[in-house]
Design a protein around this ligand. Structure first.
Ligand code: FES
Length: 167
């Protein structure tokens, strides 16, 4: 069918609505240029795709943690902590900008699951010893220490992904 004949046979209202259709308008727009991802953004997306169902990924001596996962969601409040038993970590939200990672092995006799946190100190309720969160005077796992600071690991955060470095 020739174009003039086709236009003449369809309802003028239908033709008007087709011409005013947003689909037709959007087809004539030029595509927005895509902005290339930075290396950091690409690495972030790759790690997010590989996280396990518990919201983390071990990669050599690095541990990636998805802070939006329900296991870690308590960390959105200052002074809150998560005892990540699977990864042997105490994660502490010190301030909005400071997330800290500690060995959850008690420097006294190695208990890992009886921690509370108050006044800048972790207390192991197995025998009631408390340990600080500073980086000096580190007391190591199960070394029969009753004081000092817990072993701390470097941690970085990009978007909602925290990376702990155990090396
Ligand atoms: S094992 Fe922690 S205080 Fe003794």
């Amino acid at each position: 069918m020739k174009r003039e004949k086709f236009i003449g046979t369809i309802c003028p209202l239908l033709l008007a609505s087709m011409l005013a259709s947003p689909v037709l308008v959007s087809c004539s727009k030029e595509e927005e240029p895509t902005i290339p991802l930075s290396e950091e953004e690409e690495a972030y997306l790759n790690i997010i795709a590989l996280l396990n169902e518990d919201g983390y990924l071990t990669e050599g001596k690095k541990l990636h943690i998805h802070l939006n996962h329900k296991r870690y969601q308590n960390l959105d409040q200052n002074e809150s902590f998560v005892n990540d038993m699977e990864n042997g970590l105490l994660l502490l939200r010190k301030t909005e900008d400071a997330l800290l990672a500690f060995d959850n092995c008690c420097p006294h006799l190695g208990s890992r699951n009886q921690w509370t946190y108050n006044n800048n100190k972790f207390r192991c309720n197995n025998h009631g010893n408390s340990f600080g969160t500073s980086e000096s005077f580190t007391s190591y796992c199960s070394s029969n220490s009753r004081s000092g600071n817990l072993r701390q690991f470097p941690i970085t955060v990009f978007n909602d992904l925290a990376t702990v470095d155990f090396s």
